[in-house]
Design a protein. Sequence first.
Length: 247
Amino acid sequence: MTKAKELRLISYGSTSIGRVRPVNEDAFLRDDHLRLYAVADGVGGQPAGEVASATALRELARFLKFYSSSSGDRSVATMLMALRKVSDAVLARGLSDMRYHGMATTLTACWITHHRFILGHVGDSEAFLLHAGKLKRISIPHTVAGELLNRGVSEEHPVMKSALSHMLTQSLGPEPLHNPQVCEVELKHHDVLLLCSDGVTREITSAEISHILRHSPAPEQAVEELLRLADERGGHDNATAVVVKVV
């Protein structure tokens, strides 16, 4: 049986502290060898968000590197197992030091193998796929608004306009993980994958994101333009983006 040929990828990632926050609690992972890409956003209002996001990415890479080298299995089940290990690690780190007690983070990760990627997602960071010139949101935001929209509630519902709309319904760290989004998505030549924190999506519309991804000659230009635009519009939050292009 002929082994499927791996897709050729080019990638780039960067992060910006923005103009308001005193600390950058975002972090990103770009491992071309492992073909693993991720964004994590430490939860604001909780202690040590930057420690939580860094811990999550480090443990994710450590687990998947070990697991793939020992078994070679890249599957939805493996990603789910990884997310649970990461959540336990963030929780344990928080319990080990009072300065970190209660810390939490989002995590949106894509693990690419052959002609597909496996998404692991918790929180309100985002994963988008640009295919044949059309942008599709792959991740489901784990916020009050995101959960209601996923259940078919109208965008005109009063809660969508309230301060509660952005409240997280899931994150890694403060309690056992209960319902992460894990799925498998097909990848084709010329597809573009974007992972980003909500510091990008709160400042830039989906239509603008699509335009930037379609017209940027390479991932680096796309990432830098997304971060520049988020900052230009106020930089109210840390902003992070990772772009992976199939060539």
